[in-house]
Design a protein around this ligand. Sequence first.
Ligand code: PRX
Length: 642
Amino acid sequence: MPKNASKKPVDRETTVVLMNEKKWYKPSKKAKNEATVKHWKTAHEYATENPMRFWEEAACDLKWYRKWKVTHAEKKKHFHQWFLGGKTNVVLNALDRHMGTPTENKVAIIWESDSGESRKITYKELDIEVCKMANGLRGLGVKKGDRVAIYLQNTPEIAISMLACAKIGAMHSVVYAGFSAHALRDRIDDAEAKLLITSDVGYRSGKTIDMYSLCAEAVKGAKSIKKMVIVKREKSTKKQNKTRDIWFHELQKGQSEDCNTEMMDAEDPLFVLYTSGTTSKPKGVVHVHGGYQVGVNRTLKWVMDLKEDDIYWCSADPGWITGHSYIIYGPLMAGVTTVMFEGAPNYPKPDRLWKLVQKHKVTIFYTAPTLIRALMRFGDEWVTKHDLSSLRLLGSVGEPINPEAWRWYHRVVGKKKLPIMDTWWQTETGMFMITPLPSMPLKAGSATLPFPGIEADVVDKKGQPVKVGEGGYLVIKSPWPSMIRTIFNNPKRFIKTYWKEIPGYYLTGDLAHKDKDGYFWIQGRSDDVLSIAGHRIGNAEIESAIVSHPDAAEAAVIGKPHPIKGESAKAFVILKKGVKGNDKLIKKLKKQIRKMLGPIAVTDEIDFVTKLPKTRSGKIMRRVLKAQELGQKLGDTSALAD
Ligand code: PRX
């Protein structure tokens, strides 16, 4: 067992820590000087001493129709409210305030279609589109507080639809356009959506996807749905249900280019977004106008270091929280250019992303480890043949980024110069929570420290902080503006899920440890934890050790019942292109785990596979592997991509 692993972690349900990355990656002088936050320690200290003042100042970066009276209150236990008495609307900040300023003529959205065409939309043009759509929605009877379901691909119409809903005070409920009709229907029913916005077809990797039929199937018998608004992308498509269906462009036609933005209370809901977790049934996470915009705006500007001329690209889909906060609302509030792209990152070739970075001179690029690992498999030349000199900052989100992938991203994409912002957060948190700032020294694979104003810790089951070298439950100890307000129509589940297990703290459901410098390392979801010979080990550490071998591209590790050890680890491994899996390689991989983590973590079994079950947002669903392995029922699989 490695030196830094504690001996008896079982009683308090802490986890052992096996990984031990020590190397520092310091920011260049230039990066430090140019960063919005030059002195990160001072920023942290300032916010720690007076978090309320910190968030009030962040709120002052934005416009309010009426200033708030009370910064924070816990109205009922666990139901936190921010900026009470304030009147605002996220659209006031994302669009309205740019009108009549030079920003109105700036490109708000650069859109790349699956077939490689691009479209540029200025802030003024976007505002007109949103106003026309908002008027159209009002004409259809959509009112403040109503829910509108949106099932669209990564196209400008998804941004227009979301902003139009927010503008009139309706809540959008975006469902990622990859979910099945059944999953869409469940989400429509739960939110009691009045309207569904979709398109006739979508495109992905050169294929045409019939979105209309899927949506027609989904709304069959959905009592709440009154109308379906359809974006027409194919000339040949005909409207099919005359009483229910209406074209997006016809709804906008003849509408005024002006539309008053609804004055919302800071605590009025902005959207519900269903989290397609790796383990349980989806939850409708509710966010509100006031606190959400404050958290998103401050974090994006500080962490991604947005400057006026940035061409910022977050390669997620607007159907996830990453897209809500950091493709649409955040960049638009900051008045920068945001890139949206339709299709797949490896179509037509594995260099699509890098080609687009070069084409649009992207300055900030934010993506997910699952994508980085997938692209690593194809080899460096797909990256290096493009001119990526416009880039100045990189980001990562969605899963623990293993040190090997971090180093590849840093070396091959970042040319060893660019800082990588590994941002830890959740649908529920709305904004980055544990994240570096560009002026901070980094360690490969660590999300570093809580953002200023955020109080996070790693604790045992009883809520006691764990020691250095011990892992435990990642919790947030005090409220923050963009926190989840409730689970839609289910406040009891909200309390039970997030507040009951470790009283007093918001439970993230993740395992983590802090190193001697206070840096946080995420060990995976607590539901995926392994318990080997009484030692709880985060799956992410073993997976990371496996993919540090040059032949392995991706890995998923599960625990299986074992008569002596309690559990034994089994790994499913995808190999790099051209590598053959055999017994010799199994031995080498086991040796690699032993070298990186110690004998306790060595997996008993290793299977080579070509695919892993993933959620539609790219996270590995280990419980599906486990259920299959043990011959158990699969449970809810609506989040499963394939
Ligand atoms: O387990 C953590 C992982 O993703 C979970 C949140 O997923 P979701 O709500 O879908 O939001 C994803 C985008 C914010 C977390 O509980 N996760 C997210 N970012 C990281 C991460 N794990 C490790 N490192 C990260 N940077």
